[in-house]
Design a protein around this ligand. Sequence first.
Ligand SMILES: Cc1cc2nc3c(=O)[nH]c(=O)nc-3n(C[C@H](O)[C@H](O)[C@H](O)COP(=O)(O)OP(=O)(O)OC[C@H]3O[C@@H](n4cnc5c(N)ncnc54)[C@H](O)[C@@H]3O)c2cc1C
Length: 360
Amino acid sequence: MKVAIIGAGVSGLSCAHALELHGIHPTIFEERHTVGELYHHVGALLQLIYRPIKEPLTHIRKNYKLHLAPLAPLLSIEMNTVNRTRTVHGNLGWLFKRGQDQGTLENQLASQVKSRIIFNTHAKFDELQDEFDYIVVATGNNKQPTDQMGNAEPILQTWVRGSVVLGNFDPNKLIMWTNTNYMKSGYAYLTPFSRERASLILIVPNTTKEELEYYWNLFLDLEKLNYHVVDQWEEDHTANYVYPKQVGKVIFVGTCGGFLDPFLGFGQFSAIASGNLAAKSIITNQPFDEVAQELGDIIKSSIAIRERIDTLNNTHYDILVTLLGNPIVSKLVYGTNINYMGHTATILNAIQKHFPLKPK
Ligand SMILES: Cc1cc2nc3c(=O)[nH]c(=O)nc-3n(C[C@H](O)[C@H](O)[C@H](O)COP(=O)(O)OP(=O)(O)OC[C@H]3O[C@@H](n4cnc5c(N)ncnc54)[C@H](O)[C@@H]3O)c2cc1C
């Protein structure tokens, strides 16, 4: 069987690895000269998003036979709103280095893939249809393939400002900020590379590149952050609802297949999982939309959360963070296997009902 994979990112490489386990060696096309995102940052793999899967890293090792070494375990999350700071502790997930350096998530995946990657090649699925039995489109944030297929609808359109900053950090701690004045319904977060270096990212929905500069400066100002910035970049990022995810011999995975959760804009786990599910669909000849339904349902609950989050104001965030910081609630959320994603939209709804303040 001849399979083409467009994109040697997280989902494309995961798909290639899964196909190889079944004796299929795909041809992988990558438009960059090497594997990995152009900018350095640290991505979090949170334990709590993919319930009933409680330990995504163990799930990846056991089910997908991929061995991934995180930068560090994530042992605390500090949540800051305008009037509250709360920190939760526990085995909350893992931190992964992203980018083109050694040890990044993408490079770890590439080292476990034997198939040939054809670099510096911008591939198009329609031009590969005659030569291949299946084409897996794993182009990440490149929306051109779904625009051409007409199977995607935007859920969350954001501009992201990322930076590498120097300072004094806890290597096992993620810090989050929410304040609708500078991030609308988005958020900002800091994830450390080490004790001295961290990535600081601001995500602002429904804005422009020009406005982003204003929001970034306001964020640093209001939060009194004066880190030394050594690298800075920006990118527009969209979470789409994609259906169908398979059209004939073309299968859409990862961000471009709609496997990016629009709640936080996270998608490392679902990129790996969707790549593996695409391989399963190809090997078993089952429709991809059926094989990936459970994963798609998890993303759907995060679409419902996003719809609620878009209407929250700073008082709602204060209440939410107070709730999440409560030791009993945090034990229930982080210490049990409850599928809290399925209930979060309802909880947000209840908060808004009791505190019906006008959204800003
Ligand atoms: C700033 C930022 C921070 C993030 N933080 C987190 C986080 O903390 N936790 C988390 O879980 N997720 C996070 N994410 C999301 C996560 O990075 C993505 O979910 C994941 O990388 C998606 O994998 P993918 O395979 O779909 O795309 P990618 O990993 O982006 O791979 C796509 C690949 O396709 C290539 N490509 C595109 N078009 C073509 C073409 N036509 N021909 C050939 N090659 C092509 C690209 O060059 C790229 O290598 C973050 C994303 C961003 C932007």
